[in-house]
Write a new protein. Structure first.
Ligand code: GLC
Ligand code: CA
Length: 572
């Protein structure tokens, strides 16, 4: 640490002022949920890894920010082959994050502060270190232990080829051949993700019962909601047929229900059962589906009245910063979700995609973007432009009808770290792609809280253990402490927007109407009573429509003109 460093803490206390609807049963229809990537949020014990103690200490920050709930990425015991999405015990906490007692205490405090808590459940696969999988390996072909997973004989002479041509989401084939207990080369097991994440067999009744019990375990502890990881992947087509050419091309997406392992009809019965469990509580629990779909009406089928409550709107997340594309994503999703009576949840970033400052700060393609390697390769990055657009995007997002998700650090204007040292990269994508795709670590770098140099208050003062991923020194300007009270900061923009959103009767759940007179590269809409949002995505300034008051703008407004890449909230 250099002498110029003054790590200091800046988290105070704050009071939650719940909007009336937050107390009602359908609070989730308009909730703003803050995603806590726990490993990178705040490190309470000084080992360089975020944990429950660190999170509990910072809960007042979330209250002050003005969110309604937090969603925690998996905190279960895990060998961390895929950042905790390889779970070895669904009813415990990884010691790296803390204990069950700490988890309960954190949740109690969150509830006391008026915050709801969502966990993340991973039902498509377990860790290869889960006792079920170890049992399956030991028990051999044809055993009940193997039937909990997807084991098959190989093809070709001696079964030396994978059972089919399915691909792992992280690159390479989706099958691994095991050595049988007698030492001979044996069956293959399916892993749609890393080899350390064997897929479960959802045709197996014990698998179904187990996950229902796991849901009850956490709901009984007071968890308010659950995010369902890879909700569209659980059920596989009987016979596990090969993928057709077009399926291989668009891995991860499904458009029509005809894909052999994504979006199979059978998943819906599972979720109807889960909904009944959630409804059995006095304060009904809620679900959000993570399901990457090819079409909004397919996604809307997951949020029919007797199924899940909400689903992430990834069409909006992946849309380039272009009025036509955003408008299309907004319209299509509102229409599809409206048809089944579900609210839409708007999301700009998460732990799987490049931070949107870095996506928007480049010349925009026509195509959807998740990673910078998608259509943005070698395109120059303009931080100022990306930040300006991200500020405008925040006001757009929080003005749209429904709920919203904020990924930790987006409220600070953090950008993607594109030059992490290769030897530190942990995302399995890096190795599985043969070092061609850097994966998702660049959006998972620990949060800067205070002080002048790393770890920026992320770890307790005087700790010398470095954060598990290094923070850039430039983040000095983006710490919570540096931005607090600075009217121009991204953090203060989010704080204002969130507090206004909570108080304004037109915002949250409801409807919107596009202004028919707005020019092509402008998104302009009204909501009742008396609210208008205008976002200028053109390269030119535009005239502001008539209004009685400016509520908030993402950049200074002079003389009734709205500059390029600026959003404004108006009272009509
Ligand atoms: C989801 C998670 C991602 C994980 C994958 C496999 O997409 O968000 O982080 O790698 O599922 O569990
Ligand atoms: Ca720690």
């Amino acid at each position: 640490m250099t002498p110029s460093c003054h790590p200091a803490s800046s988290h105070g206390t704050a009071q939650q002022h719940p909007r009336t609807s937050a107390a009602s049963e359908d609070w989730w229809r308009s909730a703003v949920v803050y995603q806590v990537y726990i490993r990178s949020f705040a490190d309470g014990n000084g080992d360089g890894i975020g944990d429950i103690a660190g999170l509990q200490d910072r809960l007042p920050y979330l209250v002050e920010l003005g969110v309604d709930a937090l969603w925690l990425n998996p905190w279960y015991p895990s060998p961390m082959a895929d950042g905790g999405y390889d779970v070895s015990d669904y009813r415990a906490i990884d010691p790296m994050f803390g204990t069950l007692e700490e988890a309960e205490s954190m949740m109690k405090e969150a509830h006391g502060l008026g915050l709801k808590v969502f966990l993340d459940i991973v039902p498509n696969h377990t860790s290869d270190q889960h006792h079920w999988f170890r049992e399956a390996l030991a028990a051999g072909p044809g055993s009940t232990a193997r039937d909990r997973y997807v084991f098959r004989a190989g093809r070709g002479s001696g079964g030396s080829l994978p059972p089919n041509n399915w691909r792992s989401g992280f690159g390479g084939p989706a099958w691994v051949r095991v050595t049988e207990p007698d030492g001979t080369p044996g069956q293959w097991y399916l892993h749609l993700f890393a080899p350390e994440q064997p897929d479960l067999n959802w045709d197996n009744a014990e698998v179904r019962r187990e996950f229902e019990a796991v849901l009850r375990f956490w709901f009984d502890m007071g968890v308010d909601g659950i995010r369902i990881d890879v909700a569209h992947g659980l059920v596989k087509e009987e016979g596990l047929p090969d993928l057709g050419h077009s399926d291989i091309e668009r891995i991860g997406m499904a458009a029509d229900g005809g894909h052999p392992h994504w979006d199979r009809e059978g998943v819906h019965a599972i979720f109807r059962g889960w909904r009944a469990i959630a409804n059995s509580y006095d304060e009904p629990r809620v679900f959000v589906a993570e399901a990457w779909m090819g079409a909004p009406d397919r996604l809307a089928r997951y949020v029919r009245p007797d199924e899940l409550h909400t689903a992430f709107n990834f069409d909006y997340l992946t849309a380039p910063w272009r009025a036509d594309r955003l408008r299309e994503a907004i319209d299509n999703n509102l229409k599809a979700f409206g048809a089944v009576g579900a609210p839409t949840t708007w999301v700009l970033s998460n732990h799987d995609v490049a931070r949107h400052v870095s996506r928007y700060g480049r010349p925009q393609p026509d195509e959807p973007v998740r990673a910078l390697s998608d259509f943005l390769k070698d395109k120059p990055f303009d931080l100022e432009l990306g930040t300006r657009r991200a500020r405008a995007a925040a006001l757009l997002t929080l003005a749209l009808p429904g709920g919203a998700y904020i990924y930790q650090g987006e409220e600070l204007g953090l950008w993607e770290i594109e030059d992490l040292p290769e030897e530190l990269l942990q995302d399995p994508t890096w190795k599985r792609s043969g070092g061609t795709d850097r994966g998702r670590d660049g959006c998972r770098v620990p949060i800067p809280w205070s002080g002048d140099c790393p770890p920026f208050g992320y770890s307790p003062p005087a700790v010398t253990t470095e954060p598990w991923l290094p923070q850039p020194t430039e983040w000095k300007k983006l710490t919570v402490q540096a931005q607090s009270g600075d009217e121009k900061s991204v953090l203060e923009l989010y704080r204002k927007a969130l507090h206004l959103r909570r108080a304004h009767p037109a915002l949250g759940d409801g409807t919107m109407t596009w202004d028919s007179t707005a020019q092509e590269e402008v998104l302009s809409f009204t909501r009742e009573p008396g609210f208008r949002c205008v976002v200028n995505l053109s390269e030119h300034q535009i005239a502001l429509p008539d209004h009685t008051e400016v509520i908030l703008s993402s950049a200074p407004v002079h003389g009734r003109r709205l500059q390029s890449d600026t959003a404004i909230w108006l009272t009509r």
